[in-house]
Design a protein around this ligand. Structure first.
Ligand code: GTP
Ligand code: MG
Length: 194
């Protein structure tokens, strides 16, 4: 996929603010600091269109990035970050849930999990929640540049077993080396019929 144009259209907190141009959307889910915003930048070859930080809790709104004027990447706040107040966490949770359950232009869910650790309790809950609503996410195992070959194969097995994934249900990715990028684009192009 060659990205000619990439622009942030809106940082939304309410459905009335979502874009109204009826383009298909790919949403990024995952716990805080897992690499959702970095994923977007790496996939579209922009260094810092989506704001990233080593501190969890960076993304606090639903950010719509329009790409090639054909489709959107939708960046979400992360879940499961203990240092955000309970009230804030509930607000983010509600924002994410509203988007997922009401957005008719949502065509694909990418669920990021940290490849260095087994999926957290929150990751499993998120996966099961999506399953309950018959949403099948593509699981992206992030930060895979940090793993040795041995760690990588162990991590794959743990991930597959924990979430009970098919062989084509997950892809290992690195925003640093761009490992997995082409495979993921293929899946997105297929799913969105780009
Ligand atoms: P929130 O907005 O807080 O939900 O976090 P996020 O999921 O958007 O994470 P973000 O992209 O801001 O990345 C968090 C940290 O992880 C940053 O310091 C990134 O540089 C780092 N990071 C993200 N992806 C990778 C990766 O593939 N490899 C390595 N080594 N570091 C990464
Ligand atoms: Mg972010």
């Amino acid at each position: 996929m060659f990205i000619n144009t990439a622009e942030i259209v809106i940082s939304a907190v309410r459905p009335e603010q979502y874009p109204e141009d009826h383009l298909p959307e790919v949403v990024l889910l995952g716990r805080s600091n897992v690499g959702k915003s970095s994923f977007i930048n790496a996939m579209i070859d922009r260094r810092d269109l989506a704001r990233t930080s080593s501190q969890p809790g960076k993304t606090q709104t639903i950010n719509f990035y329009r790409l090639n004027e054909r489709f959107y990447f939708v960046d979400m706040p992360g879940y499961g970050y203990a240092k955000v107040s309970k009230k804030e966490r509930e607000r983010f949770g509600k924002m994410i849930e509203t988007y997922l359950l009401t957005r008719e232009h949502l065509k694909m869910v990418l669920l990021l999990v940290d490849s260095r650790h087994p999926p957290t309790e929150d990751d499993v809950l998120m996966y099961r929640w999506l399953e309950y609503y018959q949403i099948k996410p593509l699981v992206i195992a992030s930060k895979s540049d940090k793993l040795s070959k041995n760690q990588l194969s162990r991590s794959m097995k743990t991930l597959k077993d924990t979430l009970d994934l098919d062989e084509d249900g997950y892809i290992f990715f690195s925003a640093t080396t761009k490992k997995g990028k082409e495979k993921i684009w293929q899946k997105i192009e297929h799913q969105l019929q780009l």
